[in-house]
Write a protein that binds this ligand. Structure first.
Ligand code: NAD
Length: 299
């Protein structure tokens, strides 16, 4: 019998979350895989459509493992809940207490957090040379935690995180202070924003305000000044009220689109072992969000 060459490996990826119908992740991942000549399918596993409560995420993870999925992206509202069902967790995900990427290896499930590496790369490419001695992060939820971790990892001197919920702030400050040094991260109330910004080089906004469903801005424009850089994690729309006000004041700005793309870049590398073309994925994201059907990468 003639030797037939081994078929190239195929990858099956899933996205677990609630209300993920408009997610751009399938398109972003599959287009890049096509460009790389990989066999790659990216399926949505929507808890709402499946009629599963978030606490059933373990069942869905197990189903994916048994049916031969290569890996999963995990999004709202199960980034924390999924952790109890994993066999191993990367350091950054363990510190953050949140996972957005799961890789199956040897029948076991390993968790990673590429939101934080995605924001870190976004800052390193989008805010080159910006001062980082003191940064304020507004919002201590899932995105805010990833942002604070990323800022400390890329060398910000100190980060002050402010939230309406003191329990969330304290938990985050405790976890990240223990990892990066207690002198580098502090917490406060949302009402401390004006005083905190007076001493800051930059601001990262990480609350849901400014999203299409939650219009407005959590930062009074009067607090913005030209020497303050301003980043937003919100990317639906890319041009939030906050970023528009910041640009009008002459601030350097960074939108949430790059974080969304770079987390996908890092997940793709984990799923395939192949280095994706990040610039190509950024251009694809721009094309996908340019039209009227703008939607987020994950949900
Ligand atoms: P979340 O619900 O986990 O956290 C939001 C936090 O903001 C909460 O702790 C809440 O108390 C706090 N908050 C709300 N209003 C506030 C205010 N006025 N002042 C201070 N704190 C306030 O939400 P999340 O998952 O962190 O998502 C936040 C935003 O980040 C969403 O718009 C989401 O789409 C976006 N996001 C973007 C990316 C990306 O890749 N760009 C990734 C994840 C999330």
């Amino acid at each position: 019998m003639p030797n037939t060459p081994e078929p190239p490996p195929s990858r099956l990826i899933g996205l677990i979350g609630a209300g993920i119908g408009p997610s751009l992740s399938p398109a972003l991942h599959e287009r890049e895989a096509d460009e790389q000549g990989l066999r790659y399918l990216y399926r949505r596993l929507d808890l709402n459509e499946l009629g599963l409560a978030p606490d059933r995420v373990g069942d869905l993870l197990e189903a994916a493992r048994l049916t031969g999925y290569t890996g999963l992206n995990i999004t709202h509202p199960v980034k924390q809940l999924v952790m109890a069902h994993l066999d191993g967790v990367a350091e950054e995900a363990s510190v953050l207490g949140a996972v957005n990427t799961v890789l199956f290896k040897g029948g076991k499930a390993f968790g990673y957090n590429t939101d934080t590496s995605g924001f870190a790369r976004s800052v390193m490419t989008g805010l080159v040379g910006a001062p980082m001695d003191a940064v304020v992060v507004l919002g201590a939820g899932g995105a805010g935690a990833a942002v604070v971790h990323a800022l400390l990892a890329v060398g910000a001197g100190s980060v002050r995180v402010l939230d309406l919920d003191p329990v969330r702030t304290d938990r985050l400050v405790d976890a990240l202070g223990g990892h990066f040094g207690r002198d580098r991260v502090s917490g406060g109330a949302a009402a401390d924003l004006e005083a905190a910004l007076a001493e800051a080089d930059g601001l990262v906004h990480a609350t849901p305000t400014g999203m299409r469903e939650h219009p407005g801005t959590a930062v009074p424009p009067a607090l913005l000044r030209p020497d303050l850089w301003v980043a937003d994690v919100v990317y639906r729309p890319l041009e939030t009220e906050l970023l528009a006000a910041a640009r009008a004041r002459g601030c350097r700005t960074l939108d949430g689109g790059k974080m969304a793309v770079f987390q996908a870049v890092d997940s793709f590398r984990l799923f395939t072992g192949v280095e994706p073309d990040a610039d190509r994925m950024l251009r694809h994201f721009d094309a996908l969000t340019a039209g009227p059907k703008e939607a987020p990468a994950h949900a």
